[in-house]
Write a protein that binds this ligand. Structure first.
Ligand code: 4AD
Ligand code: MG
Length: 431
């Protein structure tokens, strides 16, 4: 007997296989039963015809409860009507474990209830599809950077520094010292770029932000590339190549998942490099023309502003050259202007907001020391970071892509809480 996963079934048309699965759902009449089977690799319908099987098997199938675990034996058949394209004509069902009173039924449930049951909600078809797309984005990320000469480097999670400002830090004790959970691995990635040239990291980051929006998590995963001898415009080119690669990989390898999610793939098919660029100055003028009187030069953009700008394009858009005073201390100034820096945020289409923040980094020791002072950072803590400018300093650039916002955009789900297995949100640490 061949033991197969659901994803492998297309290889076994007209053959008999044994599949370990859970019962996602069930329908039955006097003569036929339909079992919606799931095994993690996919979903398939099992059909049991009473007249074709032992009476005991049909009775087991009829009585089976949602989320019970089973071994099912059956013949793989092509089925043009199902999105998967195959079904299983079942000859035997062996019950492994009977589930009772599974809380998530096919009826509608409220979000808080589903979030309280996140450990079970992950089993649903929609959540399964989101996690599969997340996985494909991670896979394509490694592939892209590996194929383009980057080395993966893992920065520490427990740190003494605060690259993105000191207000949103998770403080903890490091024996007798004060430490913080990493907000961004960037500063360490700069050190790594001086050792390995082109590097990227992928890891969890933490922001003690009291924000309760559909774009904010307390713990999120970030991909942070950093490149020696790469200047501002070249950095944008890497970003548009990378983001296009990821979207095209999902389109190629997650067709079924995108269908399950009801994603409009025609919007994703347009995501190819290059992406448009608009300067912060022009963005302000544009917003004033659109009637946003609430924003002035020097203000940071809020979600409505970002969404209004993104709506003019059907690709992600770079907003470049933000005011120096609203950006972190490490950004390289514009060569002709003191008031703006060589940075860009990448804004996703369809209202998903900023998915990337990046910049060229200051490589002049004196200027960086001055910035550390201006931002009231402890020079002792940043001593090692400053030293990178002391021994063969070079122009270098990098960026950080927020994984969950990117998953939300590509899958079309409304809220980032559905894009990470166990979201850490304001007031939610369970489950
Ligand atoms: O713009 P941010 O804060 O940039 C940095 O941390 C840089 N040090 C990155 C770098 O240059 N290496 O964050 C980068 C991205 C944002 O564009 C967004 O996608 C995501 O991280 N992000 C969040 N995602 C979910 N919840 C939050 N609270 C997030 N904060 C930032
Ligand atoms: Mg940012």
């Amino acid at each position: 007997m061949i033991k197969a996963t659901i994803a492998e079934l297309p290889k076994y048309v007209d053959k008999e296989v044994k599949v370990g699965a859970w019962i996602a759902n069930k329908r039955s009449s006097g003569k036929i039963a339909f079992l919606q089977l799931r095994d993690g690799s996919g979903f398939v319908q099992g059909v049991i015809v009473k007249s074709d099987v032992e009476e005991e098997v049909f009775q087991t199938a009829k009585a089976i409860t949602q989320e019970s675990s089973v071994y099912v034996t059956g013949t793989v058949q092509k089925d043009e009507r199902s999105p998967f394209g195959y079904e299983l004509l079942v000859s035997n069902v062996e019950l492994i474990h009977a589930s009772t009173d599974y809380p998530i039924t096919p009826k509608e449930h409220g979000t808080e209830f589903l979030m309280d049951n996140r450990h079970l909600w992950l089993r649903s078809k929609r959540q399964h599809a989101v996690m599969k797309v997340r996985n494909e984005i991670i896979r394509a990320t490694y592939e892209f950077f590996n194929e383009n000469g980057f080395s993966k480097v893992d920065p520490p999670i427990l740190t003494g520094s605060a690259p993105e400002g000191t207000t949103e830090l998770f403080a903890t004790k490091y024996f007798d010292e004060d430490a913080y959970l990493s907000q961004s691995g960037q500063l360490y990635m700069e050190a790594a770029a001086m050792a390995l040239g082109k590097v990227f990291s992928f890891g969890p980051t933490f922001r003690a932000e009291k924000s309760k929006t559909r774009r904010h998590l307390i713990e999120f995963w970030m991909i942070e590339p950093e490149m020696a001898f790469v200047e501002f415009e070249e950095n944008l080119e890497v970003q548009e190549q990378y983001v296009s690669y990821v979207v095209q990989s999902v389109l190629k390898n997650c067709q079924l998942e995108l269908k399950t999610l009801g994603r409009d793939v025609s919007k994703l098919e347009k995501i190819t490099a290059p992406f448009p660029r608009i300067s912060y100055d022009d963005a302000i003028t544009f917003l004033h023309e659109k009637g946003f009187d609430d924003i002035e030069w020097g203000d940071d953009f809020g979600s409505p502003h970002e969404t209004a700008i993104a709506e003019s394009f059907d690709k992600p858009v770079f907003i470049t050259h933000y005011p120096t005073k609203i950006k972190p201390f490490y950004m390289q100034p514009h060569p002709e202007r003191e008031d703006v820096v060589l940075c860009a945020d990448l804004i996703a289409p369809e209202g998903y907001g900023e998915i990337i923040g990046g910049s060229e980094r200051i490589h002049d020791m004196d200027l960086l020391s001055k910035r550390v002072e201006e931002h009231q950072l402890d020079p002792e803590t940043y001593k090692w970071y400053l030293e990178l400018r002391q021994y063969g300093s070079v122009p270098h650039s990098g960026f950080g892509l927020g994984l969950e916002r990117t998953v939300a955009w590509i899958t079309g789900v409304e809220h980032v809480r559905e894009t990470i297995p166990f979201p850490r949100l304001l007031n939610r640490l369970y489950p």
